[in-house]
Write a protein that binds this ligand. Structure first.
Ligand code: ADP
Ligand code: ASP
Ligand code: MG
Length: 462
């Protein structure tokens, strides 16, 4: 069971989580827990590190350390009064480590990806001991483990590391033997390279930690507890009438999260899918709701489109040039230039008549991408490379789209009627998704138009 940041925001929330865990444990379920930082803490860690590296004095460090201590001590007093001395010692030790690394960043005026990752893990270094103590306060045996102690070994790409296959055996030998005796509470979001450097798994990476741990222990089920009732037909913060889906397939969940459905980290489905482990998404604040089941074969709804997701921080790159026609090396040159700079391409579409390739990438990688592609234009491999930052990529997702003709027509007719121009269109070969790009200002409206067109707010299961 994984609990996200809002689920462990404060003392009251942690009590609610402890209630849930205690009741499942009382039913005889063996549990491993993964926890995120208390809400807002990871963002604060990122911003203090950035502030400190640029500032003339280090006053921000002491005030931040003080705020961290105050917030977590307040929660500790609420949830585990009998464990105050023990957990305070753990906190003070970690605050000392955090102060040291922030001072090092300040002194060197250098925030490397490695030190940034180490700093970002400090939220989970506080939330896990808190939840673990809250369980012990209720008489449930528990131990807090960091991601490395739990066995997560990762690649070395800081800020977006992946678990290596070797993690599986480590997790099996470290976590499994504990389960009959105690409830391990593992710090999500973090791991370490084989050399021992601390890494993070990408923002919102605790979902991925949970999937890796769940797969490593051969869990019967992986439950992601969050602040909404389940995976919904669209982001409820934007589409007011979004509805909870009772089940979605692994592929649908992957497509939705890849295209921005924040409820799951994009890599969190794969480890479960490899072992056919059921993933459930449930609401910590409404535990009676059945939530969403994510499984191999979803129950086929009558409709073909199930959900729509979107990502805002992307850029559209257009590569034009007649030279491209009939020259197989051109695509290779483009994708090698991007791969060398570790730019991940999220969507591709190629039009043969205009010898045009369009790509969607994370906006944060635009500079590297242009550095890699501009020389191709100078060398005459392509004619021109242009970009547009102000775009939104959206994905219309549903397993029923495979083999159902006309869905694309419906999508683009509905957008056309609303006066929304699709700047780029792409369909994955899995046929679970049709994705498209629109101008930034049209994004939310496009989402609502399609949500209405496919009547996603209406339940048609029965
Ligand atoms: P946690 O802290 O529990 O990991 P997140 O904030 O990362 O929670 O993810 C949950 C949020 O994801 C929800 O509050 C909701 O606003 C957002 N969200 C975006 N798209 C969807 C979707 N399709 N279904 C459910 N929630 C979504
Ligand atoms: N605390 C991390 C973040 O804010 C990981 C997570 O919440 O899943 O990104
Ligand atoms: Mg999350």
């Amino acid at each position: 069971m994984k609990f996200g940041g809002t689920s462990v925001a404060d003392g009251e929330c942690i009590q609610r989580v402890a209630d849930i865990l205690e009741s499942h444990r009382a039913e005889g379920v063996e549990l491993a827990v993964v926890v995120s930082a208390c809400s807002g803490i990871t963002d604060q860690l990122v911003s203090v590190a950035r502030e400190v590296v640029n500032s003339r004095d280090n006053a921000a460090i002491e005030s931040f350390i003080h705020a961290m201590r105050t917030r977590h001590m307040k929660t500790l007093e609420q949830v585990a009064p009998d464990y105050i001395p023990e957990v305070t010692a753990v906190f003070d030790d970690r605050l000392c480590q955090l102060r040291n690394i922030l001072n090092a960043v300040f002194t060197l005026k250098e925030l490397t990806p490695r030190s940034q990752d180490y700093i970002m893990t400090f939220g989970e270094r506080f939330s896990a001991p808190l939840l673990s103590a809250a369980l012990r306060q209720r008489g449930v045996p528990s131990v807090a483990l960091d991601g490395v102690e739990a066995g997560i070994i990762t690649t070395s790409n800081h800020g977006d590391a992946r678990a290596l296959p070797a993690s599986e055996n480590h997790i099996k030998s470290r976590v499994v033997p504990m389960l009959s005796e105690t409830v391990p509470v593992v710090m999500g979001f973090m791991g370490a390279t084989e050399e021992g450097f601390i890494t993070t798994l990408g923002r919102s990476g605790s979902d991925y930690s949970a999937a890796v741990i769940g797969s490593g222990i051969d869990a019967d089920e992986i439950w992601i507890w969050t602040d909404v009732d389940g995976v919904m037909t669209s982001d409820p913060r934007i589409i007011r009438d979004a509805r909870v889906l009772s089940d979605v397939s692994y592929l649908e969940a992957m497509e939705l999260s890849y295209f921005g459905a924040k409820v799951l980290h994009p890599r969190s489905v794969e480890p479960a899918m490899q072992k056919d482990i059921l993933v459930r998404v449930k609401n910590t604040f409404n535990p009676g709701h059945p939530g969403t089941s994510i499984l191999r074969k979803e129950h086929r709804e009558k409709r073909v489109v199930k959900a729509i997701s979107f990502i805002e921080k992307v850029a559209l790159i257009n590569i034009t040039g007649a030279q491209m026609i009939g020259r197989p090396g051109v695509a290779k040159a483009i994708f090698s230039a991007l791969a060398e700079r570790e730019v991940n391409v999220m969507m591709i579409s190629q039009g043969s008549s205009e010898a045009n390739i369009s790509l969607i990438i994370d906006e944060a990688h635009l500079e590297e991408a242009m550095d890699g592609l501009s020389p191709l234009a100078r060398e005459g491999v392509v004619r021109e490379v242009t970009y547009d930052r102000d775009v939104v990529a959206a994905a219309v997702v549903g397993a029923g789209m495979a083999g159902t003709p006309g869905t694309g027509g419906r999508i683009f007719t509905a957008l056309g009627k609303a006066g929304i121009n699709a700047m780029m269109i792409s369909q994955g070969s899995s046929e679970v998704n049709v994705s498209f790009v629109v101008k930034g200002g049209d994004g939310k409206r496009a989402l609502q138009v399609l949500h209405d067109e496919f009547r996603l707010s209406e339940d048609c299961d029965d």
